[in-house]
Design a protein around this ligand. Structure first.
Ligand SMILES: Cc1cc2nc3c(=O)[nH]c(=O)nc-3n(C[C@H](O)[C@H](O)[C@H](O)COP(=O)(O)O)c2cc1C
Length: 363
């Protein structure tokens, strides 16, 4: 078994987000936008692994957001993507992202145990209780209107998964949503479980996250709000005798000069943003999910175009490192990174920003 980077040490965690999705995190029409082919994902996975990056997190998406580019219309399925990446890398943790309503828990328990074996203990699971109504309709599922039902279902789903990972005997399950006979989990994850991510924004979802997750993801829109939010989440978990670390997601545009970085932001996410897709994305997020603060709409629209709402790390290597240090100071345990073209742009970040973070003691 190898270490799972999510479980060892106390450095500021760095990962990538959404490389399995067309256009990555930038809602842009520029021809340089990310191509989410397996070939590119494999190249990225190897670059990240060699550079000591901690994890890769995919988005599970079943229909795109429309617009000229049909943002996120092309998506590599996350369990199979994670399996192949784990087989092709040595150190990095790789998550699968799973919608509880679309995936039988007995099947998922075994899939995760399988990919954990493939990666010698480096698998992780991001649990999504659902928010995107048209997507549920596309899958032939009904998204419950209330968060109590969404997260009540997710809780029973995960209780089944956990029991399969920890019970050595066959068992029956007679719950509200699942009725199983003579089931048993074999194999199990190498540590009897894997790091769990949940990214809920609602109070009900945060109850679920502090009950079950090791890492809670939340947007970093206003760092003065983040500090209080993180303290509250950690307190909520501590009151249950649990520890939850809070992560966020960031979008990187790192160039030798600030002017060059700003020009790339303007070109990709202003002049050539796919605004129809941006507005569909914003509308859906605000209609069904509670992940973004509703009073910051105009600002969020720009952030959505640039990096799907991620914290902007735009500027010189020093400025990007300053932004990461600010996230750390606000109480975040780590962040994902996205780039317009991950494979083209990550090496400059690796060579210039990682040494600064190391010198400042974050890594
Ligand atoms: C970092 C991050 C990753 C997420 N990944 C996915 C995903 O892959 N698929 C998905 O449908 N929703 C995803 N979500 C949505 C959340 O799981 C959650 O449903 C959403 O933030 C709304 O919160 P709520 O359910 O508490 O209202 C993600 C959210 C964040 C912040």
């Amino acid at each position: 078994m190898t270490d799972n980077p999510m479980l060892v040490g106390d450095r500021f965690l760095l990962g990538t987000f959404s490389s399995n999705c067309s256009s990555g995190m930038t809602v842009t029409k520029v021809p340089e936008r990310w191509v989410n082919s397996w070939e590119n994902n494999l190249a990225l996975g190897r670059l990240l692994d060699d550079a000591g990056i901690d994890f890769m997190l995919p988005i599970a998406r079943w229909i795109g957001y429309g617009g000229e580019t049909d943002f996120h219309g092309g998506v590599l399925e996350t369990m199979t993507w994670a399996a192949a990446l784990l087989a092709s890398t040595k150190k990095i943790a790789v998550f699968a992202t799973i919608h509880t309503a679309a995936n039988n828990p007995v099947v998922v328990a075994k899939q995760i145990a399988t990919i954990d074996q493939i990666g010698a203990g480096r698998a992780g699971l991001n649990i999504v209780a659902g928010w995107n109504k048209p997507e549920y309709e596309a899958l032939g599922l009904t998204l419950p209107d209330d968060h109590e039902t969404r997260y009540g279902y997710a809780q029973e789903w995960f209780d089944v998964v956990r029991k399969l990972w920890t019970s050595d005997t066959h068992f029956d399950w007679d719950g509200k949503y699942f009725h199983l006979k003579g089931v048993k989990g074999d194999p199990k994850p190498l540590r009897g479980g894997v790091p769990i991510i949940n990214a809920a924004g609602s109070p009900q979802g945060r109850g679920f996250a502090t009950d079950n997750a090791d890492f809670l993801f939340t947007p970093a829109i206003d760092l003065s709000r983040s500090t209080a939010e993180i303290a509250e989440l950690k307190g909520q978990a501590a009151a249950k005798g649990r520890k939850v670390d809070v992560l966020t997601f960031s979008h990187v545009i790192c160039r030798p000069t600030e002017a060059e970085a700003r020009a790339w932001l303007e070109y990709t996410a202003k002049t050539n943003a796919d605004w129809v897709a941006v507005d569909n994305l914003v509308r859906l997020q605000f209609a069904h999910a509670q992940s973004f603060p509703h009073d910051l709409l105009a600002h969020i629209r720009d952030l959505m175009a640039a990096g799907h709402g991620g914290f902007p790390l735009v500027g010189t290597p020093e400025q990007v490192a300053d932004g990461i240090c600010a996230l750390h100071a606000a109480g975040f345990r780590g962040t994902t990174l996205s780039f317009v073209d991950y494979v083209q742009e990550f090496p400059y970040f690796r060579d210039t920003v990682l040494p600064i973070l190391q010198a400042r003691g974050l890594r």
